[in-house]
Design a protein around this ligand. Sequence first.
Ligand code: GLP
Length: 240
Amino acid sequence: MKLIRVRDYGELSSEAFRVMQQALSSERPVLGLATGSSPIGLYKKMIADHNSAGTSYDQVLTWNLDEYVGLPKQADQSYWTFMHENLFLGIEIPEKNVHLPSGEAADLAAECARYEASLQQVQIDLQVLGIGVNGHIGFNEPGTSFDSQTHIVQLTEQTRQDNKRFFGGELDRVPTQAITMGIADIMRARKILLLVSGENKAAALQQVMQGEVSEQCPATILQRHENVIIIADEAACSRL
Ligand code: GLP
């Protein structure tokens, strides 16, 4: 794992954009994308670059990590909406190129199988990741098997508390389940870019860098991947 330490979130986003540009320079790039606050700065830079330099996304394919169960995709807080508002509309990527699991499928097991089958058709060139305070990646909560593929998860209290800010601060409105790529899916990516910002992530980053590899802290599995870049700001590095 290569750690790039930066001062703040602005620098983190600039460094992340450099890594993204490399991935975009290949012929038919396949991106794995994340939601949450961590990649928003990167996505803003991708949109600015699309507008100023004309970078085209016609040949780019994307797969997202996860989606809430039970929210219609058009709901304000769905990850489908998040991705369209924060990236897809801005970079004008064709709708047929983007893939997200559907949290509103009537048969969730079938939806997991469908999404997993679509993922198995490709290899992700660059997987963007954030990290949960408890070390989750995607929505793979502590205790998830490292062999997991796309599956339904029960969200932990901690994760629902952390994410309630996107639901007007009301815990009751945060779904209790999600559909997520598994850890094995994430580990199949050629390159992984983990973005870590803020004091509240310091303990999780410490585990990733210095802890033992354990399913109790899912992100520690990244120690076993041969091509991981971690970009972390000063606050996130405060325990290293
Ligand atoms: C959510 C998402 C993760 C994300 C994590 C951290 O639970 N499912 O993919 O990495 O939160 O989010 P943030 O970047 O907002 O701290």
